[in-house]
Each structure stands twice: as structure tokens, then as C-alpha cells.
Design a protein around this ligand. Structure first.
Ligand code: OGA
Ligand code: MN
Length: 371
């Protein structure tokens, strides 16, 4: 069945969300835009980037191609929305994926498992999951590891899912390498001086989705929101400023980056479905592959992802998708209401210590239940 012709109307977004989320019969995906194929219809526009804002060396150190080689697109009717089709150098995505699984899951960062487990139980999610994940043959089910139960991690100013706010009391150092990557992407998109202060990492299984929401908890909404995708592809729905505006469906493939800025910063969006990338099995012939025969690419001054770690990452990603969203919470010189200027914690954190109307459960994260 083709995607329903959604009229402007009360539940236009929800109608399409449910259409793409449906399992039986599987939805017709012919209306889903695929930016990896270039400008395929007149809704897709090409977008110019600030090519000279990022040197080739800076880009390469973050695992990115030279900005002049990035393919960036816009969408008719969504000013400020920039879709960058996988700007990563071949072999550098594993570095970021390992960061999401092995490093950013460590304390003092916060994750969904902390909501109902003791600090002892969640203190080494990677270490407690790695052996099992390495052992389990492709396609075989085993008791779920902590990594497989992970749904979200927050960084920097930790998003409070209940109050839908950030607060100066709940802040830990933002990872320096992700801050650098975000600063480069933002600068290329025309936002120099972007200061990554909060991150929400979402971890999806095939049955997960992310409900319809607007990200509006950040105090300075003139700063862009960045989104980085790794692993299995997904369908992303980008709507309008109101729920009744019918959304546009697009694929997000591994490595794709989205910038929501300007008018599109406050548009409704959602992830109704994770797709199984063909051909997934053990060979991992995906864009995430380290590249057969080629050395793994070191990023951020680190060596490449070694075979042991890659065995875990690759096993995990065969049935998962990871998305990092990075936000600047405060404008330059701005402070939280009631907090005197200059008393905000240092958002840079040299080390690795580490309104939103999200329709999520109170404990946040991606959802697995049927809508
Ligand atoms: C978010 C978000 C998109 C994604 O976390 O606010 O919109 O692909 N994420 O996970
Ligand atoms: Mn969002």
C-alpha cells in the first residue's frame, strides 16, 4: 500500500508515523527520500557549506572528509534543515561507534539503566557485555546483555526526562572529542562558535521508535541541533511547526549527519522505524565496515578500533542503530534563570570523564511498544 495521502489535518503526523511503524503489511517505502542518491525530486535542494570554516587537517582528525567533498542538501519548506550525506572518512565510523558503546556509556554519564539498577551494576556496561556479544553467533538469541538493554545516555547537561529541562546542578564534563566534531560540523553549516553542552544518545533495536516531538528545552534556540547516525538505517519524519502539518519521510543511513537550525530547529520530528540494512550478515559489508584490507583509521589521536573491540561493535550494530544528538543549551554569556552569570560549570571538560515535547516514557529513551 502506498503512503497515505495525508491531508493537512489533526493527526497528519501521527497517521504517517503509524504508517511507517506498521509491521504487517510492511509499508511502501517509495515516498521515502534517499539523500544518498542525490537530488531525486524538486523537494530536495542542494545546500552550500562554509568550505573554508574547517581545514582539511581538522576535519581529518575528527574522522571527516574535507568539507568541499561533503554532499549537503536542504528540503523545500524547511529552511535551516541541512542533511549531510555521510561526511565521514572511510573507516572512521567505527571510532565513533566504539565511543558510543564503550566510552560514553561510562560514569559520570547517565543512562536509562541507572533508573532501576545500582551504580555497581551499571558501572561497566561495555565490560559486562563484551564477552557475550563476541561469542553469540549471528542471528542467535541469548539473554540480553546490558549493551542491548541500553536505550539512552545523556552527556554534559543531563536532560531530565520528567521535567524536560536541563539544570546547572546536573552537569558533568562533555566529551572533548565529540565537542570538537560538533564544532566542526556546526562551523561548516554556518554556525561558528558552537559550544556542545548537552548530548542525548539514543540506542535503537529493530522494534524501537522515537515518538513525535520538538526539541525546545535548550535556552538558546538560535543555536543548531546536530544529529549523527550510526548502524542500521532508519526512517526519519520531519514535519512542520504544527502536528497537523504532514511530515516528509527520509532515510537516515550510517554516517549521515543532520543539522536543524533556523526555522527547522522547532519542527516536529520522529523516528518511526529502524530498517535492516541489506546485506547485513556476518560479513558486515555496510558503510560502517572498517574496510577490508585497509588499516583502520585512527581518529582524535587514537589508534584505530582493534579487532577485539570491533568484534563487539560489529555484532552489536548488526541489529542496532545509534544516534547522537548534540545541543548547545546556553547562548554566549547566558546563564540558567536564577544563576548569576559566570557561575555555570565548565562545559568544556578537557577530559573524557566522561520543551522538548518528547513523547517518551517518563524514563525517556526510545520506545519498543506498538503505537
Ligand atoms: C532526539 C532525536 C533522532 C534520532 O534525540 O531528539 O530527535 O535519530 N533523535 O535518534
Ligand atoms: Mn529530536
Amino acid at each position: 500500500m502506498a503512503a497515505p495521502m495525508v491531508e493537512r489535518g489533526e493527526d497528519a503526523f501521527r497517521t504517517l508515523f503509524k504508517f511507517y511503524r506498521r509491521k504487517h503489511p510492511p509499508p511502501d517505502l517509495s515516498n521515502v527520500l534517499d539523500f544518498s542518491k542525490g537530488i531525486v525530486c524538486d523537494k530536495v535542494l542542494s545546500t552550500n557549506l562554509e568550505v573554508s570554516a574547517v581545514s582539511d587537517g581538522e576535519a581529518s582528525r575528527a574522522g571527516l572528509r574535507p568539507v568541499r567533498d561533503w554532499r549537503a542538501f536542504g528540503l523545500q519548506g524547511c529552511p535551516g534543515f541541512i542533511f549531510i550525506a555521510n561526511p565521514f572518512l572511510r573507516g572512521s565510523q567505527p571510532h565513533w561507534l566504539r565511543r558510543c558503546l564503550k566510552t560514553y556509556t561510562q560514569k559520570p554519564n547517565v543512562c536509562n539503566l541507572d533508573m532501576h539498577m545500582s551504580p555497581n551494576e551499571t558501572d561497566d556496561i561495555w565490560g559486562k557485555s563484551a564477552d557475550t556479544l563476541r561469542r553469540v553467533p549471528c542471528g542467535k538469541k541469548e539473554p540480553k546483555t546490558l549493551l542491548e538493554k541500553l536505550r539512552w545516555v545523556t552527556l554534559g547537561y543531563h536532560y531530565n526526562w520528567n521535567t524536560k529541562t536541563y539544570s546547572p546542578e546536573h552537569h558533568t564534563p562533555f566529551p572533548a572529542d565529540l565537542q570538537r566534531l560538533s564544532g566542526l560540523v556546526a562551523a561548516a553549516a554556518g554556525f561558528p562558535g558552537f559550544n556542545a553542552e548537552a548530548g542525548i544518545l539514543n540506542y535503537y533495536r529493530f522494534d524501537s521508535s522515537l515518538g513525535i516531538h520538538v526539541d525546545e528545552s535548550e535556552l538558546d534556540l538560535s543555536r543548531p541541533l546536530l544529529s549523527f547516525c550510526f548502524g542500521q538505517s532508519a526512517i526519519f519524519l520531519l514535519g512542520g511547526p504544527r502536528r497537523e502539518d504532514p511530515p516528509t519521510a527520509m532515510y537516515m543511513h550510517s554516517g549521515d549527519v543532520m543539522v536543524m537550525s533556523g526555522q527547522s530547529r522547532l519542527l516536529y520530528h520522529a523516528v518511526p522505524r529502524i530498517l535492516q540494512d541489506p546485506p547485513p550478515p556476518c560479513s558486515l559489508g555496510t558503510s560502517l565496515s572498517r574496510g577490508q584490507g585497509s588499516p583502520e583509521r585512527g581518529v582524535s589521536g587514537e589508534g584505530g578500533v582493534d579487532g577485539e573491540d570491533w568484534a563487539v561493535c560489529s555484532r552489536y550494530i548488526q541489529s542496532s542503530r545509534v544516534n547522537m544528538t548534540v545541543r548547545q543549551v546556553l547562548g554566549p554569556g547566558q546563564s540558567f534563570p536564577g544563576v548569576p552569570k559566570g557561575s555555570a560549570p565548565d562545559a568544556e571538560g578537557g577530559g573524557e570523564g566522561g520543551g522538548q515535547k518528547r513523547r517518551r516514557s517518563s524514563s525517556g529513551g526510545t520506545e519498543s511498544s506498538d503505537t
